[in-house]
Design a protein around this ligand. Structure first.
Ligand code: F6P
Ligand code: MN
Length: 322
């Protein structure tokens, strides 16, 4: 079986990017170890603080963020970092060629119930500027040099794209290395499965109400087929299911907080997942078009998200155009 670094070295990936991805993998193995120790390592529960998004930080959110920061800043490869858990960007090495945006622990409400969580990352080439600034990060997702996530599930998996399709690696605990287990991920164009938090139904806009209503009507409705529903409440796990067996995932705008464009963050949730989904032959849309074409205005910006099976995403988007 091929190990992550040797497989990347044989691809067209620049050496500096290979070492950066390798470093993210090392940090994530460290996070995986702490998660597996659970209550024994005293890492469960709340850190008693709120992050910049106004969400209560879990101890493991903070620990994962610090681990990633420490590993990445100690390397010379990173010019700057942006994280869900950091208000502003964090400067790295002047010589570093890359910018990394990450969600250190996605789905962290799952931690205390021993359910799936993950680390999501997005990598851009650093523009040639004297001092790194937030502006350098504000590039459309289309510019990503690489994107991926590590899923902490029954097995630990790294899912990655460097722009040449999507590969999946599984952590072989005996040797402590990620090994290639799926060479080319492909999302089927059609699906009978969708993922949405149904408890927000009454808050959605009319087109989403109509679209989901038609899915729920099943074989008796206009879609003339029955749909199944899944919701892990960790985007990383829901997207992983879609990369493995297809489906549609959406977190739409809703009117609980009408001025908030959505729940998910563009730079370290929607963009990296958008790249993976497109690279696997799916579509990833927001209200204005493909997620990867959005010109970001802030590092913590939120966007509505519809992604997954190409034909199903196109159908959902068409309801909004009517
Ligand atoms: O990071 C935000 C997030 O935790 C996603 O991972 C997940 O898809 C979503 O929020 C779950 O939201 P809710 O709690 O509303 O179901
Ligand atoms: Mn998240």
């Amino acid at each position: 079986m091929q190990r992550l670094s040797s497989q990347l070295q044989q691809s067209n990936t620049p050496p500096e990017l290979v070492s950066l991805i390798d470093l993210i993998a090392v940090a994530c193995k460290d996070i995986a170890h702490r998660l597996q120790q659970g209550a024994m390592s005293g890492v469960l529960g709340s850190a008693g603080e709120e992050n910049v998004q106004g969400e209560t930080q879990k101890k493991l959110d903070v620990i994962s963020n610090d681990l990633l920061k420490d590993y990445l800043l100690a390397s010379g490869t990173v010019r700057g970092l942006a994280s869900e858990e950091e208000e502003g960007i964090v400067a790295g090495s002047d010589k570093g060629g890359y910018l990394v945006a990450f969600d250190p622990l996605d789905g962290s409400s799952n931690i205390d119930i021993n359910s799936m969580v993950g680390t999501i990352f997005s990598i851009f080439k650093a523009p040639a500027t004297d001092a790194v600034s937030e502006q350098d990060f504000l590039q459309p997702g289309r510019n990503q040099a690489a994107a991926g996530y590590v899923l902490y599930g029954p097995s630990v998996m790294l899912v990655l794209s460097t722009g040449e399709g999507v590969q999946m690696y599984t952590l072989d605990q005996r040797i402590g290395e990620f090994v290639l287990t799926v060479e080319k991920v492909a999302i089927a164009k059609d699906t009978k499965e969708f993922a949405i938090n149904m408890s927000n139904q009454r808050f959605w806009a009319e087109p989403m109400q109509r679209y989901i209503g038609d899915l729920l009507a099943g074989s008796d409705g206009p879609r003339e087929k029955n749909f199944n529903m899944r919701w892990v409440a960790a985007m990383v796990a829901d997207v992983h299911r879609i990369l493995c067996r297809g489906g549609l995932f959406t977190y739409p705008w809703d009117n609980r907080e009408p001025n908030k464009p959505g729940k998910l963050r563009l730079m370290y949730e929607a963009n990296p997942m958008g790249m993976l989904v497109e690279q696997a032959g799916g579509l990833a849309y927001t209200d204005t078009g493909p997620i990867l074409d959005v010109q970001p205005e802030q590092i913590h910006q939120r966007v509505p998200v519809i992604l997954g099976a190409a034909n199903e995403v196109a159908t959902c988007v068409a309801y909004h155009a009517k």
